[in-house]
Design a protein around this ligand. Structure first.
Ligand SMILES: N[C@@H](CCC(=O)N[C@@H](CS)C(=O)NCC(=O)O)C(=O)O
Length: 209
């Protein structure tokens, strides 16, 4: 039985959607961000970085959203092309790009104060992160084009990852959903029953993106 330490709408949304898509048993453990539970000694034993999410399986704690997602997709077939398949490389590309670039830029967008030594520069760092994210979403949309999913072989964990990024992108000056390819893609992912179940279980209300 998996245990997902989560907080509604945060990076835990990806593994949460995956667990429901895969239909594997799991329990949710709410991390109260208001109470800064992610920085409490018990949580730091699971993730010494004090960040959400953490997945516990068979007594072992795994952190880093992308690592959790890759691990779940490896353990339970259905959300990734098999190792060695033609678009397994594309799958790695998208998972790593969404983690290392898009999600990392969102850290600079949502937590701009961490990226500056002088608080007077925070607004500037925030604006610059927003510009990089806008450009990044344009690049992703150009590659997606009018294909239904990121991978030629079909729906994968990468599509769930992109939905989470487009959802966070609703806070940008030009929301990511307004880029037609991304809005259409997000609507397709939002149409999946497991995704709707996840959003409801986290208490998230429409509009989701
Ligand atoms: N690289 C980490 C980043 C996770 C992250 O930034 N999580 C945020 C929520 S989306 C968090 O824990 N924020 C609370 C904090 O930083 O104190 C991952 O992908 O797991």
């Amino acid at each position: 039985m998996y245990e997902l330490h989560y907080s509604p709408g945060t990076a835990s949304l990806l593994p949460h959607m995956m667990l429901r898509e895969l239909g594997v048993p799991f329990q949710l453990r709410l991390v109260d961000r208001e109470a800064k539970e992610q920085a409490a000694p018990d949580y730091l034993k699971l993730n010494p970085n004090g960040r959400i999410p953490v997945l516990v399986a068979a007594g072992q704690a795994l952190y880093e959203t992308a690592a959790i997602a890759l691990h779940l997709a490896d353990r339970h077939p259905g959300l990734a092309p098999p190792v060695g398949a033609a678009d397994r490389g594309d799958y790695y590309k998208w998972m790593v790009h969404l983690a290392n670039t898009t999600q990392a830029e969102f850290r600079a967008w949502f937590y701009s104060h961490e990226f500056v030594a002088d608080p007077a520069c925070e607004a500037s760092a925030h604006a610059a992160a927003g510009k990089r994210l806008a450009a990044n979403f344009q690049t992703i949309a150009a590659q997606l084009g009018d294909r239904p999913w990121l991978l030629a072989s079909g729906f994968s964990a990468a599509d769930l990852y992109l939905l989470m990024m487009v959802r966070w992108g609703r806070t940008l000056p030009s929301p990511a959903r307004e880029i037609p390819a991304l809005g259409a893609h997000a609507a397709r992912v939002l149409g999946r029953p497991a995704v709707q179940e996840t959003l409801a279980a986290e208490g998230l209300a429409a509009p989701y993106i």
